[in-house]
Each structure stands twice: as structure tokens, then as C-alpha cells.
Design a protein around this ligand. Sequence first.
Ligand code: SAM
Length: 241
Amino acid sequence: MLRGRAHEHARRVARAARSRGLSSSTRDFGSPAFWDAKYRSGRAPREWFAGADGVVGAVEAALRQEPGLSVLESVACLHVGCGLSELGFRTAQLFPHVHVTNVDTSAAAVEGLQSQGAAKYEPEVLARSKFVQDDVLDSKLASETFDLCIDKGTLDAVEFAGDAEVGRFLQGIHRLLRPGGLYLQVSTVDPGVRDAVTLADVPWARVTWTNWTSDSLAEGASEESDLDLWIYKFTKSVVHV
Ligand SMILES: C[S@@+](CC[C@H](N)C(=O)[O-])C[C@H]1O[C@@H](n2cnc3c(N)ncnc32)[C@H](O)[C@@H]1O
């Protein structure tokens, strides 16, 4: 990230994290071990910086409007760095043709999410939800498996680990998407702060972003965060590059 604005961004993330009882050291957020310890201790937030209901509309819009997605009869969706977030369940609930694989480096997170969902969601939603412990930096999942990847705050966390990890993370997502697939990332990182490594290190066909704050969150999770939200869309080329 760019230095001055990145510092301000880190300060705001730290303040938001502190207000939710998490460590104020943003360096921790780039460490999978930090998150795993939080999940194992039962002190991790259910939803990081925005509720699933507040942002599922962005996933819904992509599924209805993106040319490569709206025509599919069945959609394989990767929910990367799921933590305890119900964004994958909410997506599967809204769209009966979407199959969601919830993935996190933390086994405690995927187990926690699975039991949380079992108590709350319909059997047909659960039947289309999978849970896999996996590290996207070195994933055991097959290449070109997913039409869509959704992420709330995971790339943001990886960015605190450094440029090398960001590059490997994005290459991992790119490999897992089928040609023409979409990576939809819900973020608190302002596009003016995201740097060239994040946006250009992988041969995406297209990278776009839109602000997703005030109106969109008014009916959702605005009380959970004072951070602006952005929706980034990374589209994989339909031809191999
Ligand atoms: C900021 S939390 C966001 C959690 C969840 N998406 C939410 O919105 O509440 C980041 C999550 O990414 C996971 N994570 C970090 N690096 C990862 C990687 N390389 N592969 C898969 N998950 C990862 C962490 O374990 C953590 O659960």
C-alpha cells in the first residue's frame, strides 16, 4: 500500500478492531496464526467490519448482472477467508443454483461456521454449502474450479502481510477461477490506497471498483463499522494468457 494514506487506513482499521475487542496491531491481521488463535479462543468477530446482510446485495447484483455469471444454470462459488461470516450461506439462500465452498486457513473457523450454519439455515442451503480448511497461498483445490469467488476482508487482511503474500494470494484466486470468472472483494481499502501490486500483479482482464457505503448499508450493518466499503471486481480473461 502507498505509505501516507496506507498509514491512515491502518489507523482506522486498528480503531475499528479495538472497538470490537480485537488486537489493535494491524500487523497481526496479516497472520493466519492470529486469526486461528482468535477462532479457537471463541473471541473472533462473527462478521468482520460489515454484516453479511449489508453486503450480500453486491453479490446478488453480480450474479444477476455480470454477463459471465447471469447466464449460468449452476454457479460454483468460493467464499475465501470465510471466518465465521455468513455471506456464503446468505448467497446460497438467495440463489438455489449457487454452490458455495467456504474456505479458511483456520480449521476452527470452518468448523465454527459449519455448526453455526447448521443451527440456522435450511437443509437445502446446507446441502449446497461446503467447508474446507485451505490456504489460498498454496491451495489444494483444483485449478479453474470456480465461477465466482467472494471475499469480505480477506485480501484486506493479507495486505497487512506484505506485497509477496498479496501477489501469491491473488495468483491463487486467479488459478482457482475458471476463464471469465469473477473475484468479488468487499473491502475497506480505498482505491487510492491500493497499490500497483494489488491491482496489476496478476493478468486480470479487468479490475473495477465501486463505493458501497451509506445507502447500501443503511438497511444492513452500518452500525458495525465507520469504515467506507468498496466492492472490487477482478475478472479473469476468457482466454488463457
Ligand atoms: C479479516 S478476516 C475476515 C473473515 C470473514 N471474511 C468476515 O468477513 O468476517 C480474514 C480471514 O481470512 C482468513 N485467511 C487469511 N489468509 C488466508 C489464506 N491465505 N487462505 C484462506 N484464508 C485466509 C483468516 O483466517 C480470517 O478468517
